[in-house]
Structure formats: structure tokens, C-alpha cells
Design a protein around this ligand. Structure first.
Ligand SMILES: [Zn+2]
Length: 225
């Protein structure tokens, strides 16, 4: 009978030793694996996150104004649209020969103007340059009171800035016709007090939902006909 007890005791001892050894092994391996694996993966993720930071939907609204942030795109061809897009001068009473090409003018912080300034008395009606949907009515430090309008074929965005106010009842989502009064000339934003003009820019966009992105094309050849 004594030998049976001894065998049981030995068995229990063996089991205890085995479990202790396996515990010791697992303790050694588990901490070392994550400690090495996690740390190199962490610095990797911020690098990946870093690049998608620029396209923030709120930021472009503030910046896409008087001085457009230096468009990195290689100047898209205006000629693609000349003769294909029928635009009117978006300020009432302004004739084609009164337009001055201010597209390539320099602006602050090394930016280019990338738009057309059309001088007119305060309160002159601003007209929709073409048929299209009003995408956004917004205000920004540089542009003042502004409108983003989707133009023909969903590939052009018109941007009207320094407005004194919107036409009564104008709202985002409105479909306007070419020549409709959408706003009035003003000097809001960084136009400088009393420097009444419409800042008008045309952008080619790939996605109309991202109306603040895209490359500016010179409105001048499209309006001066
Ligand atoms: Zn301007």
C-alpha cells in the first residue's frame, strides 16, 4: 500500500514540476514577443496617418479664397474648355473688353491669384456664369461671403468671393440658370474696404463632392470672347 501512495505522490510531483516548467517558458516568451513586435509597429502607423492629413473638409474652405493655395497641379488646359463651355461674365453690365486678366498675378505668401477679379460698383448683381447647382454658401477670412457652384458636366466649380450678400432666398442645393442673380458685389474678406470686385475662379474637379479640391483654370479666355 505504501508504494501506491508513493506512486501517487510522485505523479503529483511530476505534474507540478511539468506545469511549473511550462509556466516558466510561457513567461519568458510572451513578454519578449509583444515588447519587440509592438514598438516597431507603432512608429509605422503615424507615418501612414501623416499623409492623409491635408485633405480636411473644413480647412480648404478657409483657404480656397482670394489667394488660392499654390495649386500643385500642372496647369490644366483651359483650351479644353474654350469653345465647349459657354459662360457669361458673372457681373451684370460688365463687357468682355473691360476684363483684365489677373489670373497669374502674385498674391501674398508666394501664392498665385488663380482667379479673375472683375471690378464693379458695390451691390452690382452677380450672375450665375452657367447653369448649375449651388453647392455651398460659406464665409471665410480671405474670401468673405462666398458661393461654390457646380458648373456644366459636373466637372467645373465656380467660386464667387468678396460678395456683399446673397440673392434673397438663395440656398445650398438650388439649381440656378445662367444669368440668374445669385449675389451682389462687395468687398468682404481680404478684398480691402472699398475695393469692390467679384473674385471669380474656375476649378476642374474630379469629384463634385470635394468641390474645394482641384486645379484652377484661367476664366479669362472663357469669358473674353
Ligand atoms: Zn481675387
Amino acid at each position: 500500500m505504501g508504494t501506491v501512495k508513493l506512486r501517487i505522490l510522485l505523479c503529483v510531483l511530476f505534474l507540478v514540476i511539468v506545469s511549473l516548467v511550462s509556466l516558466a517558458i510561457s513567461f519568458r516568451t510572451t513578454p519578449s514577443v509583444p515588447a519587440i513586435d509592438i514598438s516597431p509597429s507603432l512608429p509605422n502607423t503615424p507615418v501612414a496617418i501623416g499623409s492623409p492629413l491635408p485633405p480636411e473638409p473644413t480647412d480648404p474652405l478657409a483657404s480656397a479664397t482670394e489667394e488660392t493655395p499654390a495649386a500643385p497641379a500642372p496647369s490644366p488646359t483651359v483650351s479644353n474648355f474654350v469653345g465647349k463651355v459657354n459662360l457669361i461674365i458673372p457681373v451684370a453690365g460688365v463687357r468682355s473688353d473691360q476684363l483684365i486678366d489677373t489670373f497669374a498675378d502674385a498674391r501674398s505668401e508666394g501664392r498665385l491669384h488663380d482667379a479673375l477679379d472683375i471690378a464693379a460698383p458695390a451691390g452690382t448683381p452677380v450672375l450665375a456664369a452657367a447653369d448649375g447647382r449651388i453647392l455651398k454658401l460659406s464665409q471665410s477670412e480671405r474670401g468673405g461671403i462666398t458661393i461654390y457652384q457646380l458648373g456644366p458636366n459636373q466637372e467645373l466649380i465656380f467660386y464667387y468671393a468678396h460678395l456683399s450678400g446673397y440673392a434673397a432666398g438663395l440656398a445650398e442645393g438650388n439649381d440656378v440658370r445662367q444669368g440668374d442673380v445669385i449675389a451682389y458685389v462687395g468687398d468682404t474678406g481680404n478684398a480691402e474696404a472699398g475695393n469692390y470686385h467679384l473674385h471669380f475662379s474656375i476649378t476642374i474637379v474630379s469629384d463634385p463632392k470635394r468641390y474645394w479640391e482641384g486645379a484652377n483654370i484661367n476664366p479669362y479666355p472663357l469669358l473674353r470672347r
